[in-house]
Design a protein around this ligand. Structure first.
Ligand SMILES: C[S@@+](CC[C@H](N)C(=O)[O-])C[C@H]1O[C@@H](n2cnc3c(N)ncnc32)[C@H](O)[C@@H]1O
Length: 235
C-alpha cells in the first residue's frame, strides 16, 4: 500500500480558504486599517518598475493588485494565488470596483505557470513567510521577472524597537488569536500568524537571500513601528 502525503503548502492553502470570508475584516481590525497604507507604499515601488505587466503573487483578496492599478491604470496586473477561496473574494472585490484588467489565476508561487521573463514586476504582500521553500519561491519569482524588472515584497517582521517588541508580542500572540476566534471563528489560523512571523527570516537575512538568488540592489524599509518590511530588488 502506498502512503499518500499531504502536498507541500496544503495546510496553508486550506487555512486561507477557511478564513477567506473574514480575511479583510480581520486585517482591518488587527491593524486599525493601516494595512491599506502599507500596500500603497509597496504599490508605489511597483509602478516605478519598467513598463510591462505586474504579477501580484499570493494576491488573496486582490488589495495590492488594486492598489497598483489605482496608481497606474495603464498597467495590466495579474493576480495569482493557490487558494480558490481567497480568489473568489478577490473576484467579488474586483467586480464591485468595476475592475476588468486584473485577471486572477490559481497558481502556486513555488511552481508558476508563466514563461521565463514574463513580468516587469512581481509583487507580494504577506506571502513570503508562508512559503514552504523560501529560497525556491524567490528563484521562481526571479525566473518570471524580466531582466531589469523588480521584485517588491511586503511582509510582517519581528520588531526590534526596544520597549515596543514586548507590547507587540503580547498583542500578536495573545490578543490577535482571541480576535481571530471571535471574528473569524478560527483561533488556529490567527495562532499560525504570529508563529509564522517568529519563524520568518530577519529583514537583513532576506536581503542576502534575495541577492543570492540573483536580485541586485536589494533594499528594504520598515513601516508600522518596525513590524512591516518592504523589500525591493532588481532582476
Ligand atoms: C496573508 S494572505 C495575503 C493576501 C494578499 N496578498 C494581501 O495583501 O492581503 C496570504 C496569501 O498567500 C497565499 N499563498 C500562500 N502560499 C502560497 C503559495 N505557495 N502559492 C500561492 N499562494 C500562496 C494564500 O492563499 C493567501 O491568499
Amino acid at each position: 500500500m502506498t502512503e499518500r502525503s499531504t502536498p507541500p503548502g496544503e495546510p496553508v492553502r486550506t487555512m486561507f480558504t477557511r478564513i477567506a470570508g473574514r480575511y479583510d475584516l480581520m486585517n482591518s481590525l488587527m491593524t486599525g486599517g493601516r494595512h491599506h497604507e502599507w500596500r500603497r507604499v509597496a504599490a508605489r515601488e511597483a509602478v516605478a518598475a519598467p513598463p510591462g505587466a505586474v504579477l501580484d503573487l499570493a494576491t488573496g483578496t486582490a488589495d495590492l493588485a488594486l492598489a497598483v492599478r489605482v496608481l497606474d491604470p495603464a498597467r495590466l496586473v495579474v493576480g495569482a494565488d493557490f487558494s480558490e477561496g481567497m480568489l473568489a473574494e478577490g473576484r467579488k472585490k474586483l467586480a464591485s470596483a468595476g475592475e476588468r484588467r486584473v485577471p486572477l489565476v490559481a497558481a502556486d508561487a513555488q511552481r508558476l505557470p508563466f514563461p521565463d521573463r514574463t513580468f516587469a514586476c512581481v509583487t507580494s504582500a504577506f506571502l513570503l513567510r508562508n512559503l514552504e521553500d523560501l529560497r525556491g519561491g524567490l528563484i521562481e519569482t526571479r525566473r518570471v521577472t524580466r531582466p531589469g524588472g523588480r521584485i517588491v515584497a511586503l511582509d510582517i517582521v519581528a520588531p526590534t524597537v526596544p520597549g515596543w517588541a514586548p507590547v507587540f508580542n503580547f498583542y500578536f500572540h495573545r490578543v490577535v488569536p482571541a480576535i481571530g476566534a471571535i471574528v473569524a471563528g478560527d483561533r488556529s489560523a490567527y495562532t499560525y500568524l504570529p508563529q509564522s512571523v517568529e519563524r520568518f527570516v530577519a529583514p537583513q537575512a532576506l536581503v542576502r537571500l534575495m541577492t543570492e538568488v540573483g536580485f541586485r540592489e536589494v533594499r528594504y524599509r520598515r513601516l508600522g513601528l518596525g513590524t512591516i518590511a518592504i523589500h525591493v530588488g532588481v532582476a
